[in-house]
Design a protein around this ligand. Structure first.
Ligand code: AMP
Length: 128
């Protein structure tokens, strides 16, 4: 499967410093910033610095160091935002919308870290 990366997507432009953002964290392979339209008191986007379109592409093509760094950065964001239980928080949710059915809007892999209040159910309950 091909994963054509559009280097004009908004997160690529944030990574290049062409668009401002409210930075939360940066590590060797990973960058994190606050979502411009937060869905909860804590809503941070964590993205790899590399050009990966979605979760599938990242898992397939990223190096082990990139994947390890990303995974640890997600956890660090949650701890530093105070939502991780290890940091005295009450938990959080991580979401990676992927592709059209996953309702992914920005074609640069990202994980949403959401918390700071009791969230609703992950998906609306199905009828029946
Ligand atoms: P998704 O629908 O999973 O692709 O999520 C894209 C997210 O990016 C949404 O939650 C947007 O609010 C967020 N977003 C879009 N543009 C920006 C921006 N310039 N800075 C921060 N967050 C953004």
């Amino acid at each position: 499967m091909s994963h054509d990366y559009d280097d004009q997507n908004i997160f690529a432009r944030i990574l290049r410093g062409e668009i401002p953002c409210n930075k939360a964290l940066e590590s060797e392979h990973t960058f994190a910033f606050h979502d411009i339209q937060p869905q909860a008191p804590v809503h941070v986007l964590v993205i790899p610095k590399g050009p990966y379109v979605n979760a599938d592409h990242f898992a397939e093509a990223a190096s082990d160091p990139e994947i390890a760094d990303f995974t640890r950065a997600v956890a660090r964001v949650a701890r530093e935002a105070g939502v991780a239980e290890a940091a005295g928080g009450n938990g959080y949710r991580i979401i990676a919308n992927t592709g059209p059915d996953g309702r992914q809007d920005v074609p640069h892999f990202h994980v949403h870290v959401i918390g700071g209040e009791r969230l609703g159910r992950m998906l609306p309950q199905r009828e029946g």
